[in-house]
Write a protein that binds this ligand. Structure first.
Ligand code: FES
Length: 98
């Protein structure tokens, strides 16, 4: 679906997707990193448990909610990768501290 231009050679950064080290192009989003990792779903909806993957990649649909660097409910398509960033699937609704 998406291809990198053949004349574009970005620097690569290491991130951790579900604890697995992965090299991704600098400037990619965390959602792109999760897609590169080949996960079958990024999250499940809190009510029905329906699996979700990023859809719009521009911050409109919220289907890419993920836990990034320990913070849940982040729109992964709006968060750029950074060296050492930890990206994890979100299961159901996030916990709200009381
Ligand atoms: S993929 Fe739609 S908001 Fe992130």
């Amino acid at each position: 679906m998406f291809r990198t231009r053949h004349d574009h050679r970005p620097e690569m950064v290491q991130v951790f997707v579900e604890g697995r080290a992965l090299m991704v192009p600098e400037g990619s989003s965390a959602a792109a990193a999760m897609l590169i990792a080949g996960l079958p779903a990024m999250r499940e909806t809190p009510v029905s448990g329906s699996p979700r993957l990023p859809w719009c990649m521009m911050g409109a649909c919220f289907d890419c909610l993920a836990e990034i660097d320990g913070v849940a409910n982040r729109q992964a398509c709006m968060v750029p990768v950074a060296a050492g960033r930890c990206i994890a699937r979100q299961h159901g609704a996030r916990e709200v501290p009381r």
